[in-house]
Design a binder for this molecule. Structure first.
Ligand SMILES: C[S@@+](CC[C@H](N)C(=O)[O-])C[C@H]1O[C@@H](n2cnc3c(N)ncnc32)[C@H](O)[C@@H]1O
Length: 221
């Protein structure tokens, strides 16, 4: 039997793709604020010609926002054909290459900026992927990563309260948590920082954080 988002393991299938923005707003703290803040950060150090890769571009919300802010040298990649179908529709007039791939799209490197918001926690060979990102960035390049980190019980409670305020029921919250078990695998805050440092990134900073969802800035020397 094919597993879907409503039964066992979480998959980015057609059903999730069709309701993705709504799902993201309900389940991801600071979803739009993080996208806006990431782009504001890029603007502080790069001009609009910067070549930017988004890993896990999903249905294209971030790429569309980047484009609206004047950035046009954009590439998106995602491993889910269903998510990319939605992205194609949203971005059809923007001529942004969208690549279906589950590893780093080295053929498009080097980049000034690589963004990976809410995606790295789905990637199994994370250290290798981060290494490939580092190698694919130009010197002086910026890596922006937002990931769910391991939450304490207290943080989990605050996160559940956030979701309840978004209109979700306890049953829906618990169902999604079960579906994501073993699929979304968070690292601790310390593990993320160590991984980024050991790869060679410098000047690590936290751009924002809420309920254990952390946006890291990391620079290639
Ligand atoms: C929560 S969504 C990302 C949201 C998106 N960054 C945004 O700003 O709206 C996670 C995405 O990661 C993708 N994904 C999971 N594993 C991947 C991999 N190995 N390579 C590329 N994309 C992956 C999923 O298909 C999904 O579209």
């Amino acid at each position: 039997m094919k597993e879907t988002s409503s039964s066992h393991k979480w998959v980015f299938d057609e059903k999730v793709a069709a309701r993705f923005t709504n799902e993201a707003e309900q389940h991801i703290p600071l979803y739009w604020q993080t996208i806006e803040l990431s782009v504001e950060t890029i603007k502080t150090s790069f001009n609009t010609n910067a070549k930017i890769l988004e890993i896990g571009c999903a249905t294209g919300n971030t790429l569309a926002y980047l484009f609206s802010q004047g950035f046009s040298h954009l590439i998106g990649c995602d491993s889910s054909p269903a998510m990319l179908d939605q992205a194609y529709q949203k971005l059809q007039h923007f001529q942004i290459p969208l690549v279906e791939i589950n590893h780093f799209p080295i053929q498009y490197a080097p980049f000034e900026v690589v963004m990976c918001n809410w995606t790295m926690h789905f990637i199994k060979e994370r250290e290798q992927y981060i290494q490939a990102i580092f190698e694919g960035l130009k010197s002086g390049g910026l890596f922006i990563m937002t990931d769910k980190t391991i939450q304490s019980d207290a943080m989990k409670m605050l996160y559940h309260n956030f979701k309840l305020k978004q209109g979700l029921s306890l049953t829906q919250i618990e169902q999604k948590e079960r579906n994501l078990e073993g699929v979304l695998v968070p690292y601790s805050l310390e593990q993320n920082i160590t991984m980024l440092k050991q790869t060679g990134f410098i000047n690590l900073e936290i751009l924002s954080a809420a309920f254990g969802f952390v946006t890291f800035l990391a620079w290639k020397p």
